[in-house]
Design a protein around this ligand. Structure first.
Ligand code: NAD
Length: 297
């Protein structure tokens, strides 16, 4: 079914996601604070609204794709009185679980249906419509929007009730942050032991050390032809975004009482790496820090 979409936040992710909705035949009305984002969205066929309120006024489905939880709450508060009866309101930003639950609560007791639906797959996934959506909210609402989300993604997973999508996203990314550091440490140790990158890769990639950080985003150049290490760590997935997600995982661990000592340690390491000026590099570049490259070793 073709729908009228109100899309707020047309940046690196939201822009291409909105473009894919247009390709799928939906009518998208969008709003962003940045003129450059608006211009790019207009070029891909988005009708530009004068405000967030105008963007949602006639929408069957509202989507937000914003930098953080505070902005999502601000925007949802602002648009709430103007969203159409029976409309779906979906946030695909990566935000903390507590803010996600507060966002759902803004519409509690109304006839609007809310879902948190953060994504993984990065800007390349947003452009290619191959994102994974992790969705939190009522099962009936999920069933209703699943095919709509398929215009932007290839895997749409219902994770549970309100906030469960964000919970799945930060748990997954905490695994990723920790495992990348583990893989990088193993390559640095192998280097000291005189082991070639290829030998370690050939063994670990086919045995119990196998993981995405090794076989897709390998932190050394060579074994995986298109991993960011082969292009001087041009992202990929920027260190600053990895750090954001690691911090969200630690905020959730604190508020839920979970013990995540490796998550805490990995967060510290990415924090230090970013403070050394590497926030815009792919997060696999952390291997340079672990190797001591910043010390001129
Ligand atoms: P971005 O900074 O490129 O885009 C965010 C957009 O929101 C900007 O264009 C900004 O002008 C706009 N914006 C901010 N406040 C606004 C407001 N009040 N009203 C309207 N527009 C507003 O960020 P991005 O890379 O597109 O990321 C968006 C979200 O997706 C973040 O939560 C991020 O963590 C998540 N995410 C990003 C990636 C990635 O690889 N970039 C991957 C997965 C998830």
């Amino acid at each position: 079914m073709k729908s009228a979409i109100g899309f707020i936040g047309l940046g690196n992710m939201g822009g291409p996601m909105a473009a894919n909705l247009i390709k799928a035949g939906h009518k998208v009305t969008g709003f962003d604070l940045a003129p450059a984002s608006l211009e790019a969205a207009k070029a891909s066929g988005v009708t530009i609204a004068a405000s967030a309120i105008d963007a949602v006024a006639n929408a069957d489905i509202v989507l937000t794709m914003l930098p953080n939880g505070k902005l999502v709450l601000d925007v949802w508060e602002e648009i709430a009185p103007h969203v159409k009866t029976g409309a779906f309101v979906i946030d695909s930003s990566t935000i903390d679980v507590d803010s996600a639950r507060k966002a759902h609560a803004i519409f509690a007791g109304t006839d609007k249906i809310t879902l948190d639906a953060p994504v993984s797959g990065g800007t390349m996934g947003a452009e290619a419509a191959t994102l994974t959506f992790m969705v939190g909210g009522p099962a009936a609402a999920f069933a209703h929007v699943e095919s709509f989300l398929q215009a932007m993604g290839k895997r749409i997973v219902h994770c549970g009730d309100a906030g469960a999508g964000q919970a799945a996203k930060i748990c997954n990314n905490m695994i990723l942050g920790i495992s990348m550091i583990g893989v990088a440490e193993a390559f640095v140790l192998g280097e000291k032991l005189g082991l070639s990158h290829e030998s370690l890769y050939n063994v670990a990639s086919t045995s119990s050390g196998q993981c995405w950080a090794l076989t897709t985003n390998c932190p050394v150049p060579g074994p995986v032809a298109n991993s960011p290490a082969n292009r001087d760590y041009k992202p990929g997935f920027m260190t600053s975004l990895m750090l954001k997600d690691m911090k969200l995982s630690q905020a959730a661990a604190l508020s839920s009482g979970a013990s995540t000592p490796l998550g805490a340690e990995a967060t510290q390491l990415f924090d230090l790496f970013e403070k050394l000026g590497h926030g815009n590099e792919d997060f696999s570049a952390i291997i340079r820090f672990l190797r001591g490259d910043h010390l001129g070793k």
